[in-house]
Design a protein around this ligand. Structure first.
Ligand code: 13P
Length: 252
């Protein structure tokens, strides 16, 4: 299994950014020991998929739980798939906070994504107040249990809310503790065999300077990168810092 380095452009990017950012990634992808993924705004999905071809898959940043219908302004998973997406980020903390998305809604979206052929990246993570109250493990365990559907075959991204866009990151011991807890929660939710093959990404202020230490932590299977993914040289520096992952089949 290779690490996954995924870029979340959030609400950034116009047409000219597709070639500026994706061109260098496409050219470098074959020489990397990790998988790359780029999640631009939905308006750029088709252009990004055309430019990157199969070398850099593209993903959306959200989808509706219904396959079609009267939901003005929303996008359904089959539409995103047709535009060229093969992945979709779901339950990002910005959507949980700004759009009131619950675990149950994220779970319904994950079902819709899988039905349309999109691999979901389900985001979990505690707020600063929850960590200060010592509730971070319990909060994230609850999010994993509630946000993943039966048979989930995607990726989980641990993104502490207080680390997103702040330049602050948890220490390696805190990341290790949380990723071990998420692995155990995945085993409880999906069974040991299904849980073993799933990558757990870390996200929140990942930069070239801290990528090597974060990506070396046990159970960290890659990174979900926000701000630094808008700079192709920074994003590639993070990708080059990703070490090979242990093969889960070999350790069983
Ligand atoms: P930053 O890398 O900008 O902190 O954002 C992380 C994130 O939210 C990725 O989904």
């Amino acid at each position: 299994m290779r690490p996954l380095i995924a870029g979340n452009w959030k609400m950034n990017g116009l047409g000219a950014d597709v070639a500026r950012i994706l061109g260098p990634l496409r050219d470098a992808a074959a020489g990397l020991a990790c998988d790359l993924l780029v999640c631009p705004p939905a308006t750029l999905l088709a252009a990004a998929a055309r430019l990157a071809g199969s070398r850099v898959p593209v993903g959306a940043q959200d989808c509706h739980a219904a396959p079609a219908g009267p939901h003005t302004g929303d996008l359904a998973a089959p539409m995103l798939r047709e535009a060229g997406a093969t992945w979709v980020i779901l339950g990002h903390s910005e959507r949980r906070a700004e759009h009131g998305e619950s675990d149950a809604l994220v779970r319904a979206k994950a079902v819709a994504a899988a039905a349309a052929g999109l691999s979901p990246i389900v985001c979990v993570g505690e707020t600063q107040a929850e960590r200060e109250a010592g509730a971070h493990l319990e909060v994230v365990r609850r999010q994993v249990a509630g946000s993943l559907p039966d048979g989930f075959a995607g990726v989980v991204a641990y993104e502490p809310v207080w680390a997103i866009g702040t330049g602050r990151t948890p220490g390696v011991a805190e990341v290790a503790e949380m990723h071990a807890a998420i692995r155990a929660a995945l085993q409880a939710r999906l069974g040991p065999a299904a849980a073993a093959g799933l990558r757990i990404l870390y996200g929140g202020s990942v930069k070239p300077e801290n990528a090597a230490s974060l990506l070396a932590v046990a159970e960290v299977g890659g990174a979900l990168v926000g701000g630094a993914s808008l700079d192709p040289s920074a994003f590639l520096a993070i990708a080059r810092a990703a070490p090979a992952l242990p093969n889960p089949a070999a350790s069983r």
